[in-house]
Design a binder for this molecule. Sequence first.
Ligand code: ZN
Length: 294
Amino acid sequence: MDRRGDLRSDSALLTRLLADPATRVFRLRGDAAEVVEDGHGGLRVVLGAPVPADADHLVVYLGESGGVHHLGVAEDLPDGGAPPEGMRTLRQVGARVDDIGASVFATTLALANWHRAHGFCPRCGGPTVPVLAGWVRRCRADDSEHYPRTDVAVIMAVVDDADRILLARGRGFTSRGMSVLAGFVEPGETLAAAVAREVFEEVGVEVTDVTYLGDQPWPFPSSLMVGFTARALGTRLRLQESEIAEARWFSREELVAAIADGSLVVPGGISIARRIVEHWFGGPVEAPEVASLR
Ligand SMILES: [Zn+2]
């Protein structure tokens, strides 16, 4: 998807595209969308033509793909309302949907979450309205502009000198669920410093050689997870009791055995946590799919 930021300042863009039957629309209802089997074992996010009612909801311009313009339309559900039959959340389907579908789903969800929470100006308290095709909100009272925020979090494999990985069970995880450590980056902090701080706070281990592996948008509600591997300078654990219920080092053999005997559940395929574990493991970890450890 080419996001075509150059088109966003055209104030007639959304109206024009909503009136064009060639436009493809991704429809978010609450936090769910319609997803169908693609006939090849995967899933496809449904993109439809615009309908008149779309103009009553939040509309954002997503970009252009194959010469076709794409819009995201986000419809709020009544408080506590369940999504209509057949609709799925990104957590449920993210690991199996097509690339364009995953991109429009994640982008529309992240933007909708931001719009829902930023109806008022942080400077003067006045009401704000969407502008720039849904990518900015502007205050009606003082004309200040407010941009969507992305909360950066680091997530990391900590590996010791014997090439064992550290997995931890956070407070609130299921009883057998364990994952790699993660935490939000603080203001003024580099990513590598955040990795070192979070690991030391949560398990009392100092790390070095912090190396970037990859990243993943995580719009629940508005994060970007940045993945790293880091080398532990020691193996003695001192757990932060308010956050971590249990932590231990796993060799590859111990990981395989713990998954096989049912004593360990690792994160599901949608998550960068699973890919970080598999990067260390050296290939796919065969384990039952779970959407969330929480
Ligand atoms: Zn204002």
